[in-house]
Design a protein around this ligand. Sequence first.
Ligand code: FAD
Ligand code: DHB
Length: 391
Amino acid sequence: MSSELRTQVAIVGAGPAGLLLGQLLQRAGIDTLLLERRSADYVKGRIRAGVLEPGTVEVLEYADAARRVRAEGLTHDGVEIGSSGRRNRIALKELTGKLVTVYGQTEVTRDLMDARTTSGAPSVYEAEDVSVSDIGDSPRVRFSSNGETREVVCDFVAGCDGFHGVCRRSVPPDFLSISERKYPFGWLGVLADFRPPWAELIYAASDRGFALASMRSETRVRCYIQCSLDDSVEQWPDDRFWEEFGARVGQDIRVRIPNVPSLEKSIAPLRSFVAEPLRFGRLFLAGDAAHIVPPTGAKGLNLAVSDVFYLYEALRTFYKEGTERGIDHYSHRCLRRIWRAERFSWWMTRLLHRFPGDEFDQRMQQTELEYLFESHAAQSSLAENYVGLPL
Ligand code: FAD
Ligand code: DHB
């Protein structure tokens, strides 16, 4: 084995959670080493979330990584909810005083990677066979890179390695409690370059299933339809996708979709998942490593950012004030917000998707939508959660 590496916080995973934590800690003078299984280009190319809560943009600002999101992000002061051919606007700004920012996760990732390069903080991409040991008191992280095995000795490990990562699996199962719900459908997403014929996002419920009209910029759209878990992208050529999308969102939209080839197409399953607590000894879980929400409501990325902000505060308190108070409260502090986002994402998913259910379930869903369209209080509740609960 070659030389031992030493850092204060070893961060596993260079998704938004790992990169943001690294940036916040570096700025506070705390050393980090970032280990990522994939190449930097692969991570940057992964198309995922698109809506940032104002609190998320503030944290990016605090991390000195918000120049581009402030300049190029699209601020939206409302969203539309469609049902039975009608569309109703939820006036986010009027109801909450807040706006959301449409800015792709790919761009957040790029901004944070650039900030890390500028700071000179070390990262290892294409780190293979990452494993974590001795997390009770003196953690070690092993990995291979370019055929060499390396060992990192550190004070703490931040498990920011997503749902399929290694960190959560390193906690003895008896210490974790898992709550999970799988949904009987997925989302088929398409990215394409044309001017969005919608001004705000449209979340549409229909007899044929859910559809979402979103965007990445003034010239790029991102759209989703609810699909079967057995479907493959090959079964959805562009024509079929846009026909189905139009049938769900509205023909006024369908007729304005140009015939251009898609840039990317992928299917994601929907799941609710929480592993608690988020701390075991000197290992912390943050972001998708600890929890998953179904994407309806756009909470996944935002929740990763709030976990990381709390973890940053806890570690800063540890290093600057010499007290474990922050790290002791980390899990509890995160979980309050996590469960609220889980509730909202579950509720939005149930409200808008077609489920295999009986007549009663369908009447309840219809009634809930009607109530939402007619009640100021119901709209306020949706808006308050959509723009994000306070950090
Ligand atoms: P991730 O972004 O998953 O990052 C984890 C990183 O850890 C990855 O780079 C991974 O390669 C790395 N890693 C994994 N295992 C190891 C290992 N053993 N060693 C080293 N590194 C490792 N949210 C929305 O709000 N809207 C959406 O439309 C949406 N779409 C999504 C589509 C998909 C297919 C997925 C998987 C998620 C989607 N999400 C969406 C959720 C959102 O993207 C996530 O909540 C967000 O990426 C969480 O960030 P993270 O940094 O915690 O995890
Ligand atoms: C996007 C994804 C979401 O899950 C959502 O609720 C809103 C927008 C997007 O990818 O643009």
